[in-house]
Design a protein around this ligand. Structure first.
Ligand SMILES: [Zn+2]
Length: 160
């Protein structure tokens, strides 16, 4: 996910729950080693209006109209994005400050794959259609494996 198309505000990390930050940090450290990523990855936290507002409501807000209705979810919320191309180094992952604890590992690992794709494929960012979908599938597939690794690890620790 790239960030040009979204409106968001960065959130002070101290406004984000400690546990959410801890899980995100742990996961990013794991993925840096596991994927052999070069250098550090900065984590930033955001709140997106797109996560809370529908296009109709955003349009109404822009036009200064009274808001006609309330939806509680936007049909395609997004929870993470990575910035690699704009002013480049170190890569930065932006995370939804309101993400759930049980999904943050998947979100972080997914975005780490995009960092890997960026660092290893000079054509990353130029893909569209089916090819872009494949990059997304790869990211999601890896993210599931990372979640699995941490789950197994936690179960093993619980048995001790
Ligand atoms: Zn993605």
């Amino acid at each position: 996910m790239t960030d040009e198309t979204f409106e968001y505000t960065l959130v002070d990390p101290f406004e984000v729950s400690y546990d959410l930050r801890r899980l995100a940090r742990e996961t990013v450290e794991f993925c840096i080693k596991d994927l052999g990523l070069t250098g550090e990855i900065e984590l930033r936290w955001f709140r997106s209006r797109a996560n809370h507002e529908t296009p109709e409501r955003l349009r109404a807000i822009r036009e200064g109209r009274k808001l006609p209705w309330v939806y509680d979810t936007y049909p395609t919320p997004f929870s993470g994005m990575c910035r690699t191309q704009q002013g480049g180094y170190p890569p930065r992952i932006l995370l939804d400050a309101d993400a759930r604890l049980d999904s943050i590992r998947r979100i972080v690992a997914h975005e780490c794959v995009h960092v890997w794709q960026y660092q290893n494929n000079p054509f990353y960012g130029l893909y569209a259609g089916e090819a872009a979908k494949r990059l997304e599938n790869d990211a999601e597939e890896y993210a599931k494996q990372v979640v699995e690794v941490f789950d197994q690890h936690e179960k093993a620790n619980a048995r001790r």
